[in-house]
Design a protein around this ligand. Sequence first.
Ligand SMILES: Cc1cc2nc3c(=O)[nH]c(=O)nc-3n(C[C@H](O)[C@H](O)[C@H](O)COP(=O)(O)OP(=O)(O)OC[C@H]3O[C@@H](n4cnc5c(N)ncnc54)[C@H](O)[C@@H]3O)c2cc1C
Length: 496
Amino acid sequence: MLLTGKEYLESIRDGRAIYLGKERVTDQTTHPAFAGGARTYAALFDMKADPALRDVMTFEENGERYSMYYLRPRSQEDLRRRNRAHRKIADFCFGLMGRTPDAFAGNLTGLSMKPEVFDSEPGGNSNNLLSIYQHVRRNDLFATYAIVPPQGARNKDYYLAKGLPQPALRVTAEDDKGVTLNGMKMLASGAAYAHEVLVGNVMPLAPDQLKESITCVIPLNLPGLMLWSREPFNRTGLRPFDRPLSARFDESDCMLVFRDVHVPWEKVIVHDNPALSRNIYIQTAAHVISNHQSNVRFGSKLRFMLGVASLVTRYTGARDIPAVRETLARLAAMEAGFNAMVDGQIEACQPFDNGYVVFNRRYLYAAIHWAMENHSQLIDIMRELMGGGQFQFPASIDVLEDPELRSLFETFWTAGEFAAVDRMKLFKLAWDLVGSDHASRATSYEKFFVGPAFAVRNYNFINAPWDELHAVVENFMDSYDTGSAQTQSAPPRHPG
Ligand SMILES: Cc1cc2nc3c(=O)[nH]c(=O)nc-3n(C[C@H](O)[C@H](O)[C@H](O)COP(=O)(O)OP(=O)(O)OC[C@H]3O[C@@H](n4cnc5c(N)ncnc54)[C@H](O)[C@@H]3O)c2cc1C
C-alpha cells in the first residue's frame, strides 16, 4: 500500500500530544507552526505515489509494492535504485530536511538485513524486528528516531545518590503484556509528522544500565507520550515570500517525554542488554544504509547552496570580479568533490552478510565527516558573498500592499536590470539558508545529527584499513637497508 498525501495527512491526525510551550497542539496539519511542514511531507507522499515515478520510488516484492527506501539491496544496481529514490526526495526539499521518510527507513531496512544480531545475545528479538519492518513498509509508514539520553542527565549515579527520579528514559515496570516507560529521550526530528518512532541508544551505556537499554518502535500517539517541541520557525501571518524555506521545510524537533507509557512486548527489539542496544546499528547494515541517505541529502543541499551563492553575486554585481569568481570556483569544487564521494560509495560498494551489499563504509564516513566539518565554513562564505544585502530590504513584502510604499520600493530598490521584488525574493531566500532561525538550526543539525564530531571521527578511525596502510610503508622500508652512502638506491618494489 502506498499512501497519498491526503491519506498521509489524515493518518497523522492521531491525537498525539504535541506541546508548544504550554499550548497543546490539537491538529499539527493546520496549526500555523506545523502546517507548512505537513504540506511538504504530504507533497512528498504524493510524489512517491505518482505512477510516473513508480519505478524510481517503489519496488515490488512477492507481488506487493513498497517504497524504494525499504529495498534490501542485493546488488550494485539495487544500491543505485535506493540512491535514485533518495535523490528524488532530497532534491524535492533541496536537502533541507534531514528527517524525510527515507531517512529512518534506511535504519530499519539495515537492521532487517542482519536480524541474527538480535538473537546473538539475550534481550534481542529478531522476530519482533522483522515484523516491525514488515508492518512499517506494508503500511507505508514514516518513522523517525530518538536515540540519545537527555543532555545533562547522563550520570545516573548522581540521581541514585540523591534519590531523585532519573530523567533518562528507562523501563520502570514489566508485566505479561509489555513494559512501562518513564523519562525523556532526545531529540526526535520529524516527530510532529512521523507515524512512529524508534526509541533506543546510540551512545554507549554502562553494563549496569539495563533498564535504559530498552529499544522499541512505537506509534507517536501512545497514551502517556508527550512531544515537547522546540520553538518553531513559523508563526501566524508569516509570509512564505519572507521566509520561503522556513515556511516549507521546518521538520520539527521534539523531546519525547514518557509518563507511564505502556509498550507491548511485540514492539520491543532490545531489552535489558546495554551493549546490544548500541551495537545493533553498527553490527547490522543500519548505520551505513541510513547514512547514505544523509549524504545524498547533503549533496542536494550543496547544489542548492551553490546555485544561491552564484545568483547572489550576480544580483550584487560582483560575479565577474576575479576574486569572487575564485570563491565561486572553490564552492563549485567542494560541491563536485562531495557528490563524487557519494557516487563513489556505490562504485566501491561492499558485500554484506546474507547475500546483501552495502555502500562503501569508508567513503560514507568520510563524506559525513566532510559535511560536518565544512558546512559552517560554506555558510560563512555565502554570508560574506551576500554582504549586507539582506538588511537593505524591508521587513516584509507586504509593503507592496501600500501604493505609495510600493512605488518607492519599486523605484529605489530596483538595481540595474534586477527588479526590486526579484532582488528581495532572492535575498530573503538566501537569508533563510544562511542566517534565519531555520538556517541556524540547520547548522546545528549538520554538526550533530550523526552524533558529536569525536564519534564521527571514530567511525572513520575504526573503518580505516590500518594493517594495509602500515604494510605499504613497511614494504617500502624493507626495500633498503643500512648500506653505505655509495649503495645505489633500489627502485620501490612492485606491490605485486
Ligand atoms: C537539530 C538537531 C536534530 C537532531 N535530531 C535528532 C534525531 O532526530 N534523533 C536523535 O536521536 N537525535 C537527534 N539529535 C541529537 C543528536 O544525536 C545529539 O545532539 C548528538 O548526539 C550530540 O549529543 P548532545 O547534543 O547531547 O551533545 P553532547 O554529548 O553534550 O556534546 C556536546 C559537546 O560537548 C563536547 N563533548 C561531550 N562529550 C565529549 C567527549 N566524550 N569527548 C570530547 N568532547 C566531548 C563536544 O564538544 C560536543 O560537541 C539532533 C540534534 C540536533 C542539534
